[in-house]
Design a protein around this ligand. Structure first.
Ligand code: SF4
Length: 222
């Protein structure tokens, strides 16, 4: 029963290859302001913000970095203070010990191997201590060098609901999405899904009646 319902719904909306461009176009019109919610003024601040954003909200990170970035301006600054001082300064973002250790390790490597600059490629970013694939993807995308598609909880949920993937694992979802989403949209696509997820396609109560994608979405309830 459930199976045939899903099949029917997929038939109704058509193949995902035909839907992906209209979905992106409609979401772009709907969420013209969709962009990263972290506040940063340089690639280094971007990298630090994204590293701090693990397991916490962007609002919380912005609150902490508003004063943090006054004090820590260059990679050397993160190494000039005792680890405990840095831990105190980032305490409110949670997991502060691990994050402080990652930040210091990252700053050391930036100085040793990248002349104190944030590298642009995914492979180089992934060499930085504590920088996992999602962080590297976000940073590379924001720096105009998207090499993949960021998959967070919203991107995962909406990609599944929209029938763009049947996978559950973020790495496999990303693999499906990079095959489907036009390359020029790799950086923008996650922001569109994140904002649509926050504003309309809620995890528990999707507001399909207010959604611009109902005729393109196999999970639509209207
Ligand atoms: S139609 Fe409903 S399930 Fe589909 S994207 Fe819109 S809100 Fe989400």
């Amino acid at each position: 029963m459930a199976r045939s319902y899903v099949k029917e719904a997929r038939k109704r909306v058509g193949p995902k290859r035909q839907r992906i461009r209209p979905v992106i176009a409609r979401l772009t019109a709907e969420h013209a302001d969709a962009a990263i919610a972290l506040t940063f003024g340089s690639p280094l601040e971007l990298l630090v913000s994204v590293m701090l954003s693990a397991q916490t909200t962007d609002v919380n990170v912005n609150r902490v970095t508003a004063t943090l970035f006054e004090k820590y301006r260059v990679p050397e600054d993160y190494l000039a203070v005792p680890q405990e001082e840095l831990e105190r300064d980032i305490f409110a973002t949670g997991f502060y010990r691990q994050k402080a250790r990652s930040l210091r390790g990252t700053m050391r490597l930036l100085l040793e191997e990248f002349d104190g600059e944030v590298p642009r490629t995914l492979d180089e970013l992934l060499r930085l201590p504590g920088v996992a694939r999602k962080t590297a993807n976000v940073v590379a995308s924001e720096l105009g060098r998207a090499e993949g598609i960021v998959v967070d909880t919203h991107v995962r949920r909406l990609s599944q609901r929209l029938g763009f993937t049947r996978e559950d694992d973020p790495v496999k979802i990303e693999r499906d999405l990079v095959r489907l989403v036009p390359r020029e949209d790799w950086a923008r696509f996650p922001h569109l899904l994140i904002w649509h997820g926050r504003r309309v396609c809620d995890a528990r109560r999707p507001r399909c009646e207010d959604c611009v994608l109902t005729d393109l979405c196999p999970s639509s309830r209207v």
